[in-house]
Design a protein around this ligand. Structure first.
Ligand code: ADP
Length: 364
């Protein structure tokens, strides 16, 4: 099967061409201001002859979409109705789909949702403790994101350990520009740190993650900030960026090495938040077979992995300093042999997972 994958983000378009589950071409277009134009470029430049299907990453699938879905007009309408829940993402995803349908009208198009993997989260985790009627009327619930990555990485972790994914409990830590943690029991998501939007949970490059919601009221009432300004503050000027001025972990690590106090504090706030989710999900899962780091920070930043799991020996969680610090790439164990839980690094590959899920749906 030959599958084109399109991942249209707010500022970039990632694409990949796959033949029978193997990557044959791909690329990243950055600083995109016109997603439609970027998708046109991809379709003009890539070898799109004899495509069996196109897999699109769609960020928000609401409560409805729990599996990859063949796109028709009705599905497009449903994704459009979800725009208020993902105002930065769903519109660009929709743009990409519309251009691909126009340019390659005979090719089946499949939506793979970031939220889908989390539809197995039970109500005790999915519900916010607010008036249930208000919540229901307004679709207020914990949807979760990065699902394609958590699904792929948790399955690869089980395979790395030589185990059946259905029998393994994993805490996956996707630490990229956006960051989220997920508790995976036997291959199914049972809790995740992002909620209604990708703002909740871990400290991120420029997003705050968890804060007291009263901060919003306070900034509005007392500081006179508009909701737009607070939205911008929490999404664009918070996280590492807010704490020390740099949103890129490479820069934070470099400054911390030089003794920069703000960078060190930003690092500590970031890693302690990760540690708190690991502890929480450990308690929730009861038995944890593996803890796995992925995405730009998780795959590359050894100091973040070490600090996030420091002093957890009483829980059996140990990071081997030499393994963690080695220049090795690819899927690997960074805990001592035989340690339980295992600590792993597994590079994520969302485009490959989208290609495989698309091919699987089309093969049915
Ligand atoms: P996205 O969430 O946009 O897919 P990535 O998963 O590629 O992003 O993560 C990007 C982030 O990863 C960068 O902003 C940077 O902070 C971090 N990163 C990338 N390489 C390194 C590295 N070698 N060391 C530390 N952090 C890194």
């Amino acid at each position: 099967m030959k599958i084109l994958v399109l991942n249209c983000g707010s500022a970039s378009v990632k694409w990949g061409l796959y033949a029978d589950g193997k990557s044959v071409d791909g690329g990243l277009i950055e600083r995109v201001t016109d997603c439609a134009q970027a998708v046109r470029e991809v379709i003009f430049s890539a070898d799109v002859s004899d495509l069996d299907g196109i897999g699109h990453r769609v960020v928000h699938g609401g409560l409805r979409f729990s599996t990859p879905t063949l796109i028709d007009d009705e599905v497009l309408e449903a994704v459009t109705r979800l725009v208020p829940l993902a105002p930065l993402h769903n519109p660009v995803n929709l743009e990409g789909i519309k251009i691909a349908r126009e340019m390659l009208p005979g090719v089946p198009q499949v939506a793979v949702f970031d939220t889908a993997f989390h539809r197995t989260i039970p109500p005790a985790q999915a519900m916010y403790a607010i008036d249930v009627e208000v919540a229901q009327e307004n679709g207020i619930a914990r949807y979760g994101f990065h699902g394609t990555s958590h699904e792929y990485v948790s399955r690869r972790t089980a395979e790395l350990l030589g185990r059946d994914p259905a029998e393994v409990n994993v805490i996956t830590l996707h630490l990229g520009n956006g960051a989220s943690a997920c508790a995976v029991r036997g291959g199914r998501s049972v809790a995740t740190s992002m909620g209604l939007s990708p703002l909740e949970g871990l400290v991120m490059g420029s997003r705050s993650g968890n804060i007291d919601p009263a901060v919003v009221f306070h900034l509005h009432r007392v500081a006179g900030m508009s909701f737009e300004a607070i939205d911008d503050l929490l999404n664009q000027r918070s996280g590492l960026k807010g704490l020390c001025g740099d949103n890129d972990m490479r820069e934070v690590l470099r400054r911390r090495d030089e003794g920069d106090a703000a960078a060190e504090l930003a690092f500590d706030v970031y890693c302690e938040r990760v540690k708190m989710y690991v502890g929480g999900y450990y308690a929730l899962l009861g038995r944890v077979d593996a803890i796995t780091f992925t995405a730009g920070v998780g795959e590359n930043a050894a100091p973040v992995r070490a600090a996030s799991l420091s002093d957890l020996g009483a829980l059996g969680i140990v990071v081997d300093a030499a393994r963690n610090g080695s220049a090795a790439r690819g899927e690997r164990l960074i805990s001592p042999d035989g340690a339980f839980p295992a600590v792993c690094v597994v590079p994520t590959d969302e485009e490959l997972e989208i290609a495989n899920q698309t091919a699987e749906l089309l093969a049915r």
